[in-house]
Design a protein around this ligand. Structure first.
Ligand code: MOS
Length: 744
């Protein structure tokens, strides 16, 4: 019999879906405040140099303009006394808006115009005149390759490449079958629907309530209080809904600093919204030049893996991500050499973008593996199976669970891989060449220490709360499912409260760790409530549960009942009344198991299959079919999880065919900073996406067996498409996106 209130693992609609489609859900720029003033950012025009003069007189002369802030008149803030680094900051010195006359990247904010209306501010901003003295800049990674360096300080949470094993150079030299090539994935910018925005509500007592577009309300809160020297109870960040972020909201961005600065100075509520163009004036997915060398025996068994990456960073921070560690995680090999270096260019610091590192590192490795399959004359899946890593060889650990073999099998079956003729250009339909390709995906299953609170009230409603955000991933829904199931209540009786810095401590939402982290904390808090309820229930006069233990009862439909005799029960209300309480509150922390992390490696895996159709004369490419078979432990909600994987696949289609931020190295500036010229996939680009969740029993990472699904969908997708394009056309393109010009 289906247990009542069994929600974990079942498809559920988003609990916040109605609020989102009706407009009831408010985003950072939609919160109102009495007497709200509007800020518009003036972006700088040169890549490097100094501001020789800045003339704000015409802007200030516009009636309704309240102030124009520049480096010349900016208020002194605590920012400039101590260098606060936010929760996700890489080593270095964070960018400080309006700090001085120096310009260190193109698009840098040089002024903030505040006016009584948005339109006035925008008009006045157009009247600000800036004169520059320019210095020579460098934005071309190719010209900085020789100056690449191993980052001296490690970014927290980012694993450096493992030490070399065996002799990869020698093994490669001796290998009978070889692939050696350079791969690139273009710079990409995050383009969530919601642009970055902060509405700072200035309280009568000078306290600030801030609605910020962020992946971490507490990260923004501690940034503002530290930078402006405010006590933490003077600053609250409330960000209940986020219109996508993909990593761009991991760090507090400059609109937050500027809005708070203006609000404090003017003692007024202020809103600053970045334009779509300005979304290209902070972090991005870095350009990475990757060199992959694979050596194998004629049977396809790898004897050498070498993977080198050189990646852009800024002149002020050493951004780092895990690019090269994946090859050896996926494939068994005794001779491995992985290197990772940075090179400084005059742009803003890169920032994590969905599956940072893996999305591009695996794109290179999985393209190279396809090349090896052709070089050895072995089916691409068979090649991967022959090199299947049974253990994490770099860390010498076993996997907590790994159903990648099943992903290959189930995905191949669904796709119809067995019918593939490996010969390039062998499939054709009308004027289109048809190609089938595949790739592997992998992403780390991470859990972070998180606290959550649960409050059960006499009326049978439960509220669970933790500070994490929902960037569109479905966090509200899965927390509601976990809470409802743990306590045996209908989902409708449960409210999840998140996105508020005043709630129990949570890390930023990122790294695909939120479900495992917040979910475990919510589960724990609800379990504590169970125990207390049960204690009260047993103490009730003539309690039918008096002689039972917690293991002998179930919690369902607001009752605690004996498993052996469903007629013997105590309702939650009866139990609470017996205990003389009208609410039960519990706060708990969940942390990753230290021992587990020492002994095991936890990763999610996937096998992605792509069908493309290439018009031979026009070079146009359509991705007509994707099958993505994912093993990611417990899938809490197959409906929202499927949406995550689909979103990741769409991201991957963008990476494979469209997304590319183009730098003009003469100007040192991103030129296609709008959605007309920076192409993201639109509905017409997306055809069939078939998502399969391969069953995977996971019990080591956390009690619910959650690995996370926010990022795995993008990993491998670009390579599967690139490999399909090779199969269709016989042309190997090693630079993503694969645009028409590269194909013709
Ligand atoms: Mo993700 S790039 O950690 O938002």
């Amino acid at each position: 019999m289906q247990q009542a209130n069994a929600y974990i693992g079942t498809p559920q609609n988003r609990v916040d879906g109605r609020a989102k489609v009706t407009g009831e859900a408010k985003y950072a720029a939609e919160f109102d405040a009495p007497d709200l003033a509007y800020g518009i950012v003036v972006s700088g025009a040169i890549a490097k140099g100094r501001i020789a003069s800045i003339d704000t007189s015409a802007a200030l002369a516009v009636p309704g303009v309240l102030q124009v802030f520049t480096h010349e008149n900016r208020p002194r803030t605590a920012w400039f006394d101590h260098k606060f680094r936010d929760e996700t900051a890489p080593p270095g010195s964070p960018f400080r808006p309006l700090y001085d006359d120096k310009v260190i990247y193109s698009g840098q904010p040089v002024a903030l115009v505040i006016a009584e209306s948005f339109e006035l501010a925008a008009h006045a901003a157009s009247l600000v005149r800036v004169a520059y003295e320019t210095d020579a800049h460098m934005t071309d990674l190719d010209l900085r390759r020789s100056e690449a360096y191993v980052p001296p300080k490690k970014r927290s949470g980012v694993k450096a490449p493992p030490s070399p094993r065996g002799d990869a150079e020698d093994a490669f030299a001796q290998a009978p079958v070889k692939v050696h090539a350079e791969y690139r994935v273009a710079i990409e910018h995050h383009n969530p629907m919601e642009p970055h925005a902060s509405t700072v509500v200035y309280g009568d007592d000078g306290s600030l309530t801030i609605h910020d577009k962020t992946q971490g309300a507490q990260n923004s809160q501690s940034y503002v209080s530290s930078v402006f020297g405010l006590s933490s109870d003077q600053v609250r960040v409330v960000s209940p809904f986020i219109g996508g972020a993909f990593g761009s909201g991991l760090r507090p961005q400059y609109q937050l600093f500027l809005a708070v600065m203006a609000a404090l100075e003017l003692k007024r509520s202020v809103r600053v919204v970045l334009t779509r163009d300005q979304m290209f004036t902070f972090g991005y997915r870095p350009l990475t030049i990757q060199t992959v060398s694979l050596g194998a025996n004629p049977d396809g068994k790898l004897v050498s893996i070498m993977h080198d990456a050189i990646q852009t960073t800024s002149t002020f921070e050493d951004y780092q991500e895990v690019v090269v560690n994946w090859a050896n995680l996926l494939y068994h090999c005794d001779n491995v050499k992985l290197t990772y270096k940075l090179a400084q260019v005059d742009t803003y610091t890169p920032i994590d973008m969905r599956a940072p590192g893996a999305a591009i590192g695996v794109a290179a490795i999985e393209t190279a593996m396809d090349e090896l399959a052709y070089a050895a004359g072995i089916d691409p899946i068979e090649l991967r199976l022959r090199n299947y890593a049974e253990v994490d060889e770099a860390d010498k650990k076993t996997f907590t669970s790994k159903e990648l073999r099943a992903c290959y099998q189930v995905g191949a079956e669904r796709f119809g891989w067995a019918k593939r003729n490996p010969e390039p250009r062998s499939m054709r339909e009308g004027r289109e060449l048809v190609g089938w390709g595949m790739a592997t995906g992998v992403w780390e299953a991470i859990m972070q220490k998180t606290a959550a609170r649960a409050v059960l009230t006499l009326d049978g409603t439960l509220e669970v709360a933790t500070a994490t955000t929902d960037i569109g991933t479905g966090t509200y829904t899965i927390l509601t499912q976990i809470a409802a199931e743990t306590l045996g209540l209908p989902m409708a009786a449960v409210t999840a409260k998140i996105g508020d810095s005043s709630l129990p401590k949570s890390p930023v939402q990122g790294g695909s760790w939120t479900a495992a982290s917040s979910g475990s904390a919510v589960q724990k808090a609800c379990q504590t409530i169970r125990e207390q309820l049960f204690k009260h229930a047993r103490q009730m006069d003539d309690s039918p549960l008096a002689n039972s233990s917690l293991e002998q009862v179930t919690f369902a439909d607001g009752r605690i009942q004996l498993m052996s005799d469903p007629t013997a029960f105590v309702t939650f209300a009866q139990a609470m009344q017996a205990g003389g309480v009208d609410r039960i509150e519990a706060e708990e922390k969940a942390s990753p198991g230290m021992l587990t992390n020492m002994r095991y490696s936890g990763y999610s895996h996937s096998a992605i299959f792509a069908e493309v159709r290439v018009d031979e004369e026009l070079g146009t490419i359509r991705v007509t079919r994707i099958v993505n078979a994912v093993a990611a432990g417990t899938i809490l909600n197959p409906k929202t999880a499927r949406s995550q994987i689909m979103g990741g696949v769409v991201f991957g289609i963008g990476m494979a065919l469209e997304e590319e931020s183009m730098l003009d190295h003469d100007l040192g500036r991103f030129m296609n900073h709008n959605l007309a010229e920076y192409h993201v996939p639109v509905n017409a680009d997306i055809h069939e996406i078939d998502v399969i969740f391969v069953s995977e029993h996971e019990e080591k990472l956390n009690p619910l067996g959650i690995k996370g699904v926010g990022e795995i969908g993008v990993v491998g997708t670009a390579a599967a498409i690139g490999n399909a394009i090779f199969h269709a056309t016989g042309k190997r393109v090693r630079e993503y996106p694969i645009t028409i010009d590269k194909l013709l």
